[in-house]
Design a protein. Structure first.
Length: 288
């Protein structure tokens, strides 16, 4: 068995939820000098550019989670202000992007999977995206881990989908069928000027939690059933976010998947798998 096959086999065998929750507790612990030393090692291992962080000194962070979800300095990620531009929602790298074909989207070469399953299984949630576009962006450990709005939107529905916690790195995406539709995830569906926009926050091994700005920590604890919450379009409980505003965050890295409907917007030339993304930069153009 070669090394790659061994890595995949180990993922199937590991108690991924238990391991992830244990790591989550450690990442949330205030351990003083030990926490600072761990952060320094992490910075060195992944070559993190701390000059972009609002607080550059590793000792500023009381927990590893505080460091991992660190804010950036104001203005370090200029926002594409043009109203006809959809912005990148995160720092990361594009895994795949393209058309939703017969309800399927691309996971990796030779691996397609169901967008309806990804969104929680209900046809009513999937249909607005049939024939539309999708993009999958992978956040590596070195990346900034707050997720921002690519366009103005009003939250319509949030869906929690239970599942596994496989790694979501490129090797796993190439070898575990239906990876993103089998991992635990949080789906946020917004009403926007291009119609419904889905933003799917996918969990992964040792992702300690997935949070949104309106609901706080959605997971953990992990559930066994799909749950959904509907939000009003008007009134005091409305959640409306402008392009560039934070909508969620990962405590340890993962993947964000976007989807919108047919004939609404096209990706810019040059956007392709392995392209590095920076939050706020132009991603797609809205069709007029």
């Amino acid at each position: 068995m070669n090394l790659d096959k061994l890595k995949i086999a180990m993922q199937y065998a590991l108690p991924k939820h238990a391991l992830s929750r244990l790591v989550g507790k450690l990442a949330a612990a205030e351990a003083g000098a030990l926490t600072t030393q761990l952060i320094k090692l992490f910075i060195k291992q992944y070559k993190i550019d701390m000059s972009e962080a609002l607080h550059e000194d590793p000792a500023h962070y009381k927990t590893f989670n505080e460091f991992f979800t660190r804010p950036l300095k104001p203005g370090i990620r200029p926002l594409a202000e043009d109203k006809n531009i959809i912005a990148h929602p995160v720092d990361g790298a594009i895994s795949q992007l393209g058309d939703v074909v017969d309800g399927q989207i691309i996971q990796a070469k030779g691996h397609d999977y169901s967008l309806q399953a990804l969104l929680g299984g209900k046809e009513e949630d999937f249909l607005p995206f049939s024939g539309g576009k999708f993009a999958t962006i992978y956040l590596a450990p070195k990346d900034y881990h707050r997720i921002h709005m690519p366009i103005d939107g009003t939250l319509k529905r949030m869906i929690y989908v239970p599942g596994d916690l496989f790694s979501v790195n490129p090797l796993t995406a190439q070898n575990v069928p239906n990876l993103f539709a089998r991992n635990e995830r949080v789906v946020a569906i917004f009403d926007t000027e291009i119609g419904p926009l889905a933003m799917v926050l996918v969990g992964a091994t040792i992702v300690a939690s997935i949070e949104t700005i309106w609901a706080g920590t959605v997971t953990p604890p992990a559930g066994k059933d799909v749950f959904s919450w509907d939000y009003p379009a008007t009134g005091s409980n409305t959640v409306s976010l402008k392009k560039g505003e934070e909508m969620g965050r990962f405590k340890l890295g993962s993947t964000v998947i976007l989807a919108w409907g047919a004939n609404q917007a096209d990706f810019l030339d040059g956007e392709q798998p392995e392209t590095v993304t920076r939050m706020g930069t132009p991603f797609a153009t809205i069709k007029k």
